[in-house]
Design a protein around this ligand. Sequence first.
Ligand SMILES: Cc1cc2nc3c(=O)[nH]c(=O)nc-3n(C[C@H](O)[C@H](O)[C@H](O)COP(=O)(O)O)c2cc1C
Length: 435
Amino acid sequence: MAIPKTAEELKTMAEELGLAFRYGDAAVLASPCQIGAKTAPNRLVCQAMEGCDGTADGLPDTLTKRRYRRLAEGGAGVIWFEATAVMEEARANPRQLYLNESNLDSFRRQAEAIREDAFRANGYAPLLVIQLTHSGRYSKPHGRPEPLIAYHSPVYEAESPIGDDRVVTDDYLDRVGEALVNAAALAARAGFDGADIKCCHRYLNCELLSAYTRPGRYGGSFENRTRLLRESVAGALQVCPADFLVTSRLNVYDGAPYPYGFGMAADGSLAFDPAEPSALASRLAALGVKLLNITMGNPYVNPHVNRPFAAGPYAAPEAPLAGVARMLNGTAALKQAAPELKLICSALSYLGVAAPAVAAGYVESGGFDLAGFGRTIFAYPDFARDILQTGGMKPEKCCLCCSRCSAIMRAGFTPGCPVRDAAVYGEIARGILSR
Ligand SMILES: Cc1cc2nc3c(=O)[nH]c(=O)nc-3n(C[C@H](O)[C@H](O)[C@H](O)COP(=O)(O)O)c2cc1C
């Protein structure tokens, strides 16, 4: 199923599928958004998109710098700087960025470069939030799997079992919490506006949210399963300046049945139950969090949930628009439960040229506050400028949701868009996809 070519076509497709989206005037996306003591100059967000192109030491390298220069010039109000490891063994690939005391200056220069490039191009700078991660089950610091898991899950281990020695201890999780808090303090010193204690896509912090079967301080009860996130957030809020945004990219639906997924109906089906995610959002707000970036799914196992695709590694069990609707309406459900929080949505790319109208519909009606674009930023780094200046996106620049960027990443190379950015990524993709 190809992405919709117009907003009208989207309306027809959605109606046929019995799906409800909201629609509005894209002009609202140009309005500033107050988030705590900070202001995003507009409602458009470059979501975290990893390029797996840092140096062996975890510093931004040539392709990383190119990516952020293009995004800075593109005019989005928020740039969610990609997954950045907080411990060496926590890296998802040997070229994942890794923030630590010894390389702080490189991150400081990267943040400054983004602001300068944005000012030069647009006369304003975006809010810059860095994503801090421990890859847990998907750690591959040396290019081969070295999983560190919160608990054994038959959903993920049926075909490739993982040894008991890879289940992390409570003491280890205490150290992960300290590393996250230290990294948030480093991010503030490097000049970022905020730090995301990453809790999504089945990486370590996210896996803990569904650790019903884990004994000890980090498993079982809601209190225990959310402990690492809550305590890292509270710790970061304590050590960072008062105006610094401590936030989280949060999975509110895993798409793996209870008791192996978070945000899942208790009957073991794949239905979404927003009760615990809503309670968690409220608890985070009570700690002082002002902003959450909402997402769903596990990109390794159910990418049709996480990043609805037109062509992908398997035939998806649902229409891609159903995945987009789950994401947007699920985010709106969270917003209803915790209206004091500013929320960013995910997974707008599949809507193509219809994305601005739909994002505007949710922003106007209070469904969420900021519109997050993921794969689009690889294909169309200046999407924000086109929306802000013309009210729309150009069809010939839109992401096709063809999954080639994901395929490049899974093959262990540097992802980008081989279709719209062929001069840089065409060759890389041809080598991999022809195998
Ligand atoms: C190549 C690639 C890299 C990604 N890197 C990250 C990342 O570093 N952190 C993160 O939270 N999500 C990451 N994502 C997920 C996206 O941010 C986004 O949630 C997803 O693509 C769905 O949004 P979209 O439909 O607009 O693409 C990545 C996705 C892809 C395809």
